[in-house]
Design a protein around this ligand. Structure first.
Ligand code: MMA
Ligand code: CA
Length: 237
């Protein structure tokens, strides 16, 4: 400890004396070989000390620089971050679509699906004109019968519920029946009139499902009604 402290404060000559193990007053050229050799080594070391320190410092700086560069390269750049965010959003949208596909129904919850269409069977009763409006209000039509299967399906429902308006009338011209879309009643559907109908009993201009077939009745009477509309396309899925 003492020696080390002293060593630091010693000049070249004193240092050399320490290394040689004794303080000598003898002139330096008395032992040229040994003293010269030790002096050369120590002097060499000392004269290069600052250079070694500089090199060490440089090496440290280089190591630091490499470490910083390694860290920076790990941080994703803006260009890398944008697609990853987009992919994240795209994945979320796909998941939402899949979820929606599960929820997606061709008809609203209180409507009935049948052969590519949705049907709404009313719980309350209205006159024929108000029934037409009620269906229009929900983007549908008072039902128009287009096939035998549909007729069977509708008649069965009406039979269990009670007399039900359909979108058929001869309001424009007595005895000439038209659907609410303006199309005429085809002859092939005449078979669905109940026996003896339509009889226009006390001015009956509107068509209804009654029991096992059709009947003409007074348009002012309140009855159930059936709306028909196309299925929702479910495009989101
Ligand atoms: C009711 C009414 C008429 C129908 C007859 C059939 C009494 O009137 O529904 O439209 O033609 O019944 O008996
Ligand atoms: Ca009738």
């Amino acid at each position: 400890m003492f020696q080390a402290t002293r060593e630091q404060s010693l000049g070249p000559v004193e240092e050399d004396d320490l290394i040689s193990g004794e303080h000598s007053d003898a002139p330096r050229d008395l032992e040229p070989g040994r003293v010269q050799g030790v002096m050369t080594f120590a002097g060499h070391l000392r004269s290069h000390l600052s250079l070694v320190l500089q090199l060490l410092c440089l090496l440290l700086c280089a190591v630091l620089l490499v470490a910083i560069l390694a860290q920076v390269s790990k941080v994703p750049s803006c260009h890398q971050q944008v697609p990853s965010k987009t992919q994240e959003i795209r994945r979320d949208v796909m998941q939402l679509k899949a979820g929606l596909a599960n929820l997606c129904r061709p008809c609203p919850w209180d409507w009935t699906f049948f052969q590519g269409h949705c049907y709404f069977f009313s719980k309350s009763q209205r006159n024929w004109h108000d029934s037409v409006s009620a269906c229009q209000d929900v983007g549908a039509q008072l039902v128009i019968v287009r096939s035998d299967e549909e007729q069977f399906f509708l008649q069965l429902n009406a039979k269990s519920r009670g007399p039900t308006w359909m979108g058929l009338s001869d309001l424009k011209k007595e005895g000439t029946w038209h659907w609410v879309d303006g199309s005429p009643l085809m002859l092939s559907f005449m078979q669905y009139w109940n026996p003896g109908e339509p009889n226009n009993h006390q001015e009956e201009d509107c068509g209804e499902f009654k029991n096992n077939g059709w009947n003409d009745d007074q348009c002012s009477k309140d009855k159930f009604w059936v709306c028909k509309r196309p299925t929702a396309p479910c495009e989101a899925a």
